[in-house]
Design a protein around this ligand. Sequence first.
Ligand code: HEC
Ligand code: HEC
Length: 319
Amino acid sequence: MLRSWVIITALLAVLWACSEEKKGIEKTLKEPQTEAELGELLFFDSLLSKNNQVSCASCHKPQYAFADNVAFSFGVDSTAGLRNTPSAMNLSGHSFFFHDGRAESLEQQASGPMENPIEMNMKVSDIVEKLNKHSQYSRFFRKIYGRPADKENLVKALAAYEETLLTSHTAFDDYMSDKDTTRFSESAKRGRIIFNEKAKCFDCHFGPDFTGDQFRNIGLFNGRDLNDSGRIAITHEPKDLGKFKVPGLRNVSVTGPYMHNGMFKTLREVIDYYDTPDKFVSHAQNRDTLLSKPLHLTEQDKTDLESFLKSLTDDRFLK
Ligand code: HEC
Ligand code: HEC
C-alpha cells in the first residue's frame, strides 16, 4: 500500500515537472561570452521548434559529425524528411548550402529548417518572440548584440557557431603537413593516388574540404524510382537536371548513409557504385561523362580508396 503511494506520488511529480517545462519554466543555461557560444546554445535548443520538439542537433548529431545516421531524419510530430541530413561541419568559406544549393550563406540557410513544416515548423518571427519572452535568452541577446533577439541576429548567432565546426586533426592532414607521417597507412597512400587519378574522384571532390562547391550529376536521377531532380528546381536550367552539390568528404566515415537520398549505407557501397553505376541505377538522366565508363577498380583499389576516405576522419570521431 505504502509502496504504491510512493510510486503514484513519484509519477505525479514527474507529470508536474513535465507540465512546468511546457509552461516554460526555464532550465539554467550557460552564460555565453561570444556570438558563437550563443549560437551553440540555440543550435541545441528545441525552443526553436513547434511545441519544443526538435533542435538543430536532433538531426545534425555531434557524434556523427553533425549529420544523422539514418537516411531521413525526423522533424516535428515525427515526420520524416525528404532528403538525407548532411554534416553541418566544415562549411566555413563555402558558397552554397543544401543539396541543391538554394541558400548562399549560412545565415540564409538557417531560417530554412526553422520554417520548414516537416523540420521545426515555426515562423522565425514566432521564435524571436519566444526568445524575447525567455528571461535568459533575452538577456543574452542584449549582452551579445546590444539589442533584443530579431531574425537577423538569430541566424547570425547560429551561423557564427557553425563557422567554428571545423575539423583538421586527421591522419591525412598530419601526413600532408609532415607533422606525423606514420598514421597515414600504405593503403591510404595508395588510395589517395587512386582517388586523384584512376577513379577520377578528385575531378569533383577537390580543395581543402574535397568539394569545389560545384553541382554535378552522378546519375541518381532517372525520373522513375529516383525522382529528386536537384539543382534544376532552383535554376530552371535543363543542364542542371539531376545535379546536386558536391559534398565535402571530411569525416565521411561517420556520416553515412550517403547521398541526398541516403541510398548507400556504407562507403564500400558508394565506391562500388562509382565503379559500375549502371549496375545500381538504370536509365540515369543527364549523368556526368566522368561516369560514363566503368572504372575497373580491383578489390585492392576499393579497399585502398576506403582507407583514404577513412583517413579524413577527425581524431575526435575515432573510436
Ligand atoms: C528535421 C531534421 C533537421 C533539423 C531539425 C535541422 N536540419 Fe539542417 N538539414 C537537414 C536536412 C535534411 C538538410 C538537407 C536539406 C536539403 O538539402 O534540401 C539540412 C541542411 C542543413 C545545412 C546545409 C549543409 C550543406 O552541406 O549544405 C545546414 C548548415 C543546416 N542544415 C543547419 C541547420 C540548423 C542551423 C538547424 C537549426 C536551426 C537545422 N539545420 C535543423 C535536416 C535538419
Ligand atoms: C562527377 C563528379 C563526381 C565524381 C567524379 C565523384 N563524385 Fe562523389 N559526389 C559527387 C556528388 C554531386 C555527390 C552528391 C550526390 C548526391 O547527394 O546525390 C557526391 C557524393 C559522394 C559521397 C557521399 C557523401 C555524403 O556525405 O553523402 C561520397 C562518399 C563520394 N561522393 C565519394 C566519391 C569517390 C570516392 C569518388 C571516386 C570514386 C567520387 N566521389 C567521384 C560528385 C562526384
